[in-house]
Design a protein around this ligand. Sequence first.
Ligand SMILES: *Cc1c(COP(=O)(O)O)cnc(C)c1O
Length: 249
Amino acid sequence: MTAESGTAAAQSTRAADLSRALADLSARIDAACRAAGRDPGGVRLLPVTKFFPASDIEILYRLGRRDFGESREQEAAAKVASLGHLSQIRWHMIGRLQRNKAKSVARWAHTVYSVDSDRLATTLDAAAGLALQAGQREAPLRVLLQVSLDSDPSRGGVAPADLPALADLVARAENLQLAGLMAIPPLDRDPEPEFARLADLHADLLTRHAEATELSAGMSGDLEAAIRHGSTCVRVGTALMGARPITSG
Ligand SMILES: *Cc1c(COP(=O)(O)O)cnc(C)c1O
């Protein structure tokens, strides 16, 4: 924390800003649900706090938030360590995950949103098993499968054709719990048909894995379209926290 952001005055300004942004965002999500004929209780907001300091998470915790999304393992692990006193936090790993980070993530993450290969799933299963044995977690690791909507492997995500086999593997894994799907639509395309396609893939998954009810779609710029297409969890950074200092990741 810098000296400036640590001053009481700066913190209370930040608290007022975050409180207002949270109210605006909740109203926006409610309006999107009403427009889509959906119950607002069926869409959760996951605040994405990557690149923002732990002090912001403390403020949001005091405002009643318990779930936080992070996308970079090292940054997240540091925040987890410094916020241990906020005992009810659930941490969500939403970013791409390298297998060599699985051990750490399995210790702190409530849910991982970016599982896109058999190898990653198998590694996470083993890591979650170790964390359970060591008493570092109390429940299996919830897993969302990240689907690629543009067949560009560099952006992560499993190809739709490979989704059923990966879902079966995760559902069988002893220390993982298959919770649903996640996707990020390609930046250069109209998100509407992409979310429609994702909803079809989710419906198909549900016929074989009824427990996989979560559909995490929608961010600051496209949450209305995602809610129209059945999102149960919007992951919102910018519209809540403000602009990030850097945009990658
Ligand atoms: C950063 C990030 C978000 C939030 O994006 P905003 O456009 O800032 O709301 C959502 N999902 C993932 C996977 C992210 O990495």
